[in-house]
Structures are given as structure tokens and as C-alpha cells.
Design a protein around this ligand. Structure first.
Ligand code: UD1
Length: 422
């Protein structure tokens, strides 16, 4: 298995172009199943999760062509197979559950293997399922599979008991072809949900309230395939800004939507960084007043849970106390024991982590436990004294396009080494 070898301590300088958003591209790729004909998607990042979802839709009858050099994905849908999505695919990526909405809407039936637990908590799918039930579907759980079926879906009023990105996206995809009007309440307002909604509207869906907590969808008979460009990845953008900050360098990220990372930019400002931004770029540089702060994760527009591990890493190397409160997922502190191995002084109390800033981390062999925890270790290694080797980097391959190449382009000393016994 490949691993990273990183020599820390070099301030990163320069600019990086941000790729398309993984979490927007995933539901959009699946939503292409809602229309017959050829959908063309631009700015699709070349990532393991994207290649997995492509396999899932191919399994269901779509034909695809992914030009990874141009980040262009063509999807051709002629006839959909109502096939069961196998456990091998679902277990590597929970977003496979997204096929339920479109399949149910188009074929009246969908069977997906129940996603198991995962490294960052229990992650149930009950909200997705009760939403389908409210629209008239019957749900059966058998042999580890979830089967949803409906002779036809009808519009419904449904309030989600908790804000869920996945459930909001899945229910929108089911509702666009349902009979009548669906009103979804307590919706996620994440840019990824808005991007999916914009794609569906371009296909002919009637949706209002995108980007608010109440989305209204008037079902239509049929949708048409379109060409669409995916928004930039705000989590990749944030990770690179933090990479610049943690090495006390000056980084500019290009091709981004600054509003999507406003919560992070506010936090970096509080921590003493100078933040400048234009229409589609942001740059961050250090001042002589760097300090820790308090960060509480929250659904958008709050601070994203996907940047919790990266910001904790920055806080653990900033003078003073830094407090991180995780409110979205339980068990999302798996990076902490690894950061401690590198000299971080972090105490955990329930869902609160308190870091006492150390001047410098020190290199140690460490292991990624999930995608964003993995990014945190890369950030730590960029700051640490010495050479850090990081294993299980396939976690980062799921969500960062050419991470080591992009970091090298701004001066990081990082090498992806093939092989290794563990
Ligand atoms: C998505 C993102 C993930 C991000 C998360 C929160 C994708 C592919 N993944 O995950 O990167 O960290 O949003 O911003 O877009 N919940 C339930 N029942 C459900 C669904 C969710 O209890 O049926 C709970 C979850 O356990 C969690 C909270 O709701 O505590 C939010 O989860 P959700 O927004 O659904 O996360 P995902 O869509 O899985």
C-alpha cells in the first residue's frame, strides 16, 4: 500500500486551483439517472469516491465515459435496471444510498444494502427512509438490504428530525418526479444541496426555496438531460488554506466561491490570520498575533464538521488554548491519538477537544482512520520537525484530487511512496 513521506517545516507559498466538489458531484451523478439521454458533467473531480459512484450507476444500466484529464463525465441513460446495489460498493461509500431516490422515482423500486457503521459514528439512514414512507413508499429491511417500493410516489409534507445533507438530497431526487407538491422542512442548506437542486432545475424540475430550510418541489412528468458544471470543493479549499496557515506561509486558492467558506475565513481571522478575497479567490497569510480560538461545528452556514480535524490541527500548533466542539457526528476525534503521537497536547471531554498549543509538532509514524482525519495528519506533518510517514492514505484518495501533487506545487516536501508492508 502507498504511503506519504513528508518533510515538515517549509512555509507553503503560491497558488492552488481547487477541484470540483466531491459532495456535490456524488448526488448530481446519481441524479443523471432521472433523465433518459446524455448528461454531460464538467468539473468532476477524479477521486476514488467518484469512481465508485460511477460503478454504482453503471451497475444500474448507465453507460459512462470519464475524461479524467478534462474532469468531464458523460453519462448515457437508456434503460434503467432495477438492480440491487451490492454490499461491496455500499460498504466503501455510504453515498451509494443516493440511488434510492432516483430509482424509486423512476422504477417504483430500489434495493440497497444497508450501510454499516463507519469510522465517524453510527450514521443511520432513518430520515431518508421515513421521508420515502411519507411519499407513499413501503420500506422493508431484509437480509441486510433496504428495499423501498411504491406503485407511485406522491407529494408530501415532511419535516426532518435532524438537518441531514444526504436525506435532503435523496428526498429531493425522489420528489422531482412525484405526483403533486412535496414540502421538505428542516432541510440542509449546504452548497452541495443547492448545487444538486440547480442541476435538477436545469433538467426541468420545479423547485423553490433552495438554500433555505424549507424546500418546495412540484413534481413534473419528465426531466431532460443537460450539461452542467459542478461547484468548487469548499472542503478542499479549506484544507489548503489551513495548510498555508499551519506552515505560516502565504497561500492563494483560485476557482473558489468565498461565501462557501465564510465560517472558516471568520475562524482564521479570529486566530490572527490576514484573510483577503476576491470574486473567486482567497488568500491567507500570518500576522504576529496568532492564537487559538473556539470552534463549534454546525450545519451550513456554520463551521463544517469536515474541517473540524484540520482546524484542530492548526489550533494545536497555535499559541494559547483552542477548543473544538463537534456537534454533528459522535466519534469524530479519531485523529487525536495520532496527533498526540506527534506531540500535540489535546484533551477530549465528550464531544469537546481542548488543545494547548505547542510550538512545533514532531514527526512520527501515523495512520489515517478516515478521509478528513487523514487530511489533518498531512497538515500536522507539514508543520512537524522531521520526516513523517503516513499510512492508509487511500482514505485521502477518496476525497482529495492529486493531494501530494498540489502540495508539491506550493513548496511542500511530500512524496507518495509505492508499496510498504502495512
Ligand atoms: C454529508 C457529507 C459529509 C459531511 C456531512 C455533514 C456527503 C457524501 N457527505 O454526509 O462529508 O460530513 O454531510 O455535513 O455529502 N442522520 C441521522 N439519520 C439520517 C441521516 C443523518 O440521524 O437518516 C444524522 C447523522 O448521523 C449525523 C447528522 O444527521 O449526525 C448529519 O448527517 P448528514 O448530513 O446526513 O451526513 P451525510 O449526508 O451522511
Amino acid at each position: 500500500m502507498d504511503y506519504y513521506r513528508i518533510q515538515g517545516g517549509t512555509p507553503l507559498e503560491g497558488s492552488v486551483r481547487i477541484s470540483g466538489a466531491k459532495n456535490a458531484a456524488l448526488p448530481i451523478i446519481v441524479a443523471s439517472l432521472l433523465a433518459d439521454g446524455e448528461t454531460v458533467l464538467e468539473n468532476v473531480p477524479n477521486l476514488m469516491d467518484i469512481r465508485t459512484i460511477i460503478r454504482v450507476i453503471e451497475y444500474l444500466g448507465a453507460r459512462t465515459e470519464f475524461d479524467t484529464q478534462r474532469n468531464l463525465l458523460r453519462i448515457r441513460v437508456e434503460s434503467l435496471k432495477n438492480a440491487e446495489v451490492p454490499y461491496e460498493l455500499v460498504k466503501t461509500m455510504r453515498a451509494s444510498i443516493y440511488v434510492m431516490g432516483p430509482l424509486l422515482a423512476r422504477t417504483g423500486e430500489s434495493t440497497v444494502s444497508l450501510p454499516g457503521g463507519c469510522a465517524i459514528g453510527e450514521r443511520p439512514v432513518d430520515i431518508h427512509l421515513s421521508g420515502f414512507e411519507a411519499m407513499g413508499a413501503r420500506i422493508d429491511l431484509e437480509h441486510g438490504n433496504i428495499r423501498a417500493s411504491a406503485s407511485s410516489l406522491s407529494g408530501a409534507q415532511f419535516a426532518m428530525r435532524k438537518v441531514s445533507v444526504g436525506a435532503t438530497a435523496n428526498l429531493m431526487m425522489a420528489a422531482v418526479l412525484a405526483k403533486g407538491t412535496t414540502v421538505l422542512e428542516n432541510c440542509a442548506m449546504e452548497p452541495d444541496v443547492v448545487d444538486l437542486g440547480s442541476f435538477l432545475m436545469k433538467m426541468g424540475a420545479r423547485i423553490s426555496g433552495l438554500g433555505t430550510d424549507r424546500i418546495e418541489i412540484e413534481g413534473v412528468e419528465k426531466l431532460s438531460p443537460v450539461t452542467y458544471s459542478v461547484i468548487p470543493d469548499r472542503i478542499e479549499a479549506g484544507t489548503f488554506l489551513i495548510a498555508g496557515a499551519i506552515t505560516r506561509g502565504k497561500i492563494t486558492i483560485n476557482g473558489v466561491i468565498p461565501d462557501h467558506i465564510a465560517a472558516l475565513l471568520g475562524t482564521l481571522g479570529e486566530m490572527g490570520y490576514r484573510v483577503e478575497s476576491g470574486n473567486d479567490w482567497v488568500s491567507v497569510s500570518p500576522t504576529n498575533r496568532i492564537t487559538g480560538t473556539i470552534v463549534r461545528t454546525h450545519p451550513f452556514p456554520g463551521f463544517p464538521t469536515d474541517l473540524q480535524a484540520p482546524i484542530m490541527t492548526l489550533g494545536s500548533t497555535s499559541p494559547g488554548l483552542h477548543v473544538v466542539i463537534e456537534t454533528i457526528f459522535e466519534n469524530r476525534f479519531t485523529h487525536v491519538p495520532e496527533l498526540r503521537r506527534m506531540g500535540a497536547d489535546i484533551t477530549i471531554e465528550g464531544n469537546v477537544a481542548i488543545a494547548r498549543g505547542v510550538e512545533s509538532l514532531s514527526a512520527a509514524p501515523v495512520m489515517m482512520s478516515d478521509l478528513r482525519a487523514g487530511a489533518a495528519l498531512v497538515l500536522a506533518a507539514l508543520q512537524a520537525k522531521g520526516i513523517t510517514e503516513i499510512r492508509r492514505i487511500y482514505h485521502c484518495d477518496r476525497g482529495y484530487e492529486d493531494l501530494d501533487g498540489k502540495l508539491r506545487s506550493i513548496g511542500a516536501v511530500i512524496e507518495r511512496v509505492s508499496g510498504g508492508s502495512f
